[in-house]
Design a protein around this ligand. Structure first.
Ligand code: ZN
Length: 521
């Protein structure tokens, strides 16, 4: 009986502690109501989406389009009434500026067909329009190059396919199922995937061989190099490893898998193939990466210098218009700020938006921001902004709606986010996972021990579409993006009003971290 009393007491205590937590989170449901009304009934998402995709176009880092995107975002922030709006240098950009001015490619023999292809960024041009024979290059080791010596000048070289088209029996677009979300919510200590570990040695060897081949082909004086786009049948945009000031690499195209495969099979059957190509690319000085920043200033005497930051990357690849990756994130963040301005909030802390440059080439923009304001990523030396930093929220997983949030292994924020997500249970955003997620700008903050988060999003068509020519306005799901703006606005508002900053992960010694990693994986 005593035990029963004890369990009743424990039950009451736990109820009380839950109440205490929800009280301490103090979510203002009146404000959430206003955010939802403004975000769902008066949304600017469609207009913002049109602006940053169709109107601005692709935004490759260092390109003219990237600059237009920055100017567009700055203007929008000013129109929306944000303060301290600026385009700010984040750091150096070693590749420099590159614009594609013209791409035309067609097979002209054995019959005519034109190709919807995409130039590899930071590669060179052809000398006007050139008709030339296509040669299939069969090179598995550096020594195989010998037999081609002196034979490739003036030819177009087709690099054999590394992967074939695979018919998919899966749906084109998917949402998270209840089971998947449940699994994610119980992911603590579970390995991320059962895929074989990445073979770095093989990758590096392949890359070294590719560089030898490029060097050889450029010495031979080939007209252009042709690649297939990868495992998907849509050309995926990529960039050459290039440093500003080096000689321009040979012109190179990413062809759709089907077009590439057809020419490869013709050549394997010893049928001569001829193509006509005209590629015009412009290299120019563009030595910096930029971020676009604006804010709603804090109003609390003691807290207004503390910053709640939201962001997404404004740079994209050059095929398509970088709609899902990551115009979607940028417009959600802009819309979240617009909503807060529209309902006239007076946040205690400053709410800041940052649209990052250079994410695709290695998180240049967010890393630069962290290094300038928060902490040196190498020495970990803190800058004045470090202790004033409340939280960072990022969106970069496509157009799908939020289903919850990744804790980035910071279990201390779980009770906080539980309370913050409660008003959005009806929208399906309820999952909290301990798991980390990677690949984008919140990592720059996490790397120096500051709380940086990404939301869990439905996949939709992201895996197929990102970095391709089909990443355009057409594939944005406006209702999903509206929902994301509403939840983001409410999260930043809560973070800006909370009595204290979000808890940060305690520092561990290297040995402790190592032991923990061994236990978990
Ligand atoms: Zn991205």
């Amino acid at each position: 009986m005593k035990i029963k009393h004890l369990s009743v007491t424990l039950f009451l205590l736990s109820v009380l502690s839950v109440l205490a937590i929800s009280q301490s989170e103090n979510v203002d449901l009146g404000i959430i109501y206003k955010i939802r009304q403004e975000g769902f009934k008066n949304s600017s998402i469609e207009e913002l989406a049109f602006g940053l995709t169709d109107f601005v176009g692709p935004r490759l880092t260092g390109s003219t389009g990237n600059n237009s995107g920055n100017e567009w975002a700055k203007k929008k922030m000013e129109e929306m009434g944000f303060q301290n709006v600026r385009i700010e240098t984040a750091g150096d950009f070693d590749r420099g500026g590159w614009d594609n001015l013209k791409t035309y490619a067609a097979m002209t023999s054995p019959y005519y067909v034109n190709f919807a292809c995409n130039p590899v960024a930071w590669t060179g041009s052809t000398k006007g329009s050139v008709k030339a024979a296509v040669v299939l290059l069969d090179v598995k080791a550096e020594s195989d190059l010998e037999k081609y010596k002196g034979t490739l000048g003036g030819k177009i070289v087709l690099i054999p396919s590394t992967s074939a088209y695979e018919v998919s029996f899966e749906p084109l677009a998917t949402r998270n199922t209840d089971d998947q979300l449940k699994e994610l919510s119980m992911a603590f200590g579970q390995p991320r995937s059962r895929r074989p570990p990445f073979d770095r040695a093989a990758y590096m060897a392949q890359r070294a061989l590719r560089e030898k081949i490029s060097e050889f082909l450029s010495k031979e004086g080939v007209v252009a190099i042709l690649n297939n786009a990868g495992t998907f049948n849509v050309p995926r945009s990529t960039g050459a490893r290039y440093t500003a000031g080096s000689p321009e690499p040979t012109a190179e195209l990413n062809l759709p898998v089907e077009d590439h495969g057809r020419m490869q099979r013709l050549l394997e059957h010893k049928i001569p193939v001829e193509m006509e190509v005209e590629i015009s690319n412009r290299f120019f000085a563009s030595p910096s990466v930029y971020n676009v920043i604006g804010e709603i200033p804090g109003t609390d005497k003691l807290l207004k210098d503390e910053v709640v930051l939201i962001g997404a990357h404004i740079d994209s690849w050059h095929g398509g218009t970088g709609a899902a990756d990551d115009a979607s994130g940028c417009i959600v963040m802009l819309e979240a700020m617009r909503i807060l301005k529209a309902i006239n909030v007076a946040p205690r802390r400053t709410i800041r938006i940052a649209l990052w440059g250079g994410e695709e080439e290695g998180l240049y923009g967010s890393r630069g921001y962290v290094k300038t304001y928060l902490a040196d990523p190498e020495t970990k030396e803190h800058k004045p902004g470090y202790d004033k930093f409340a939280a960072y929220f990022n969106m970069d997983n496509g157009t799908g709606k939020y289903r919850g949030i990744y804790l980035q292994e910071n279990e201390m924020v779980r009770p906080v986010f539980e309370e913050w997500l409660k008003p959005f249970a009806d929208l399906g955003a309820t999952t909290i996972t301990d798991r980390t997620t990677g690949g984008t700008d919140h990592l720059s903050f996490d790397a120096v021990g500051l709380p940086g988060f990404q939301f869990i999003q439905d996949e939709i068509e992201y895996g197929r579409g990102y970095h391709t020519v089909m990443d355009t306005y057409d594939r944005l799901l406006m209702p999903d993006l509206k929902q994301n703006a509403v939840i983001t606005a409410s999260f930043v508002y809560n973070a800006a009003m909370r009595n204290s900053k979000l808890p940060i992960k305690p520092r561990m010694t290297d040995i402790e971290a190592l032991q923990q990693n061994r236990r978990m994986y």
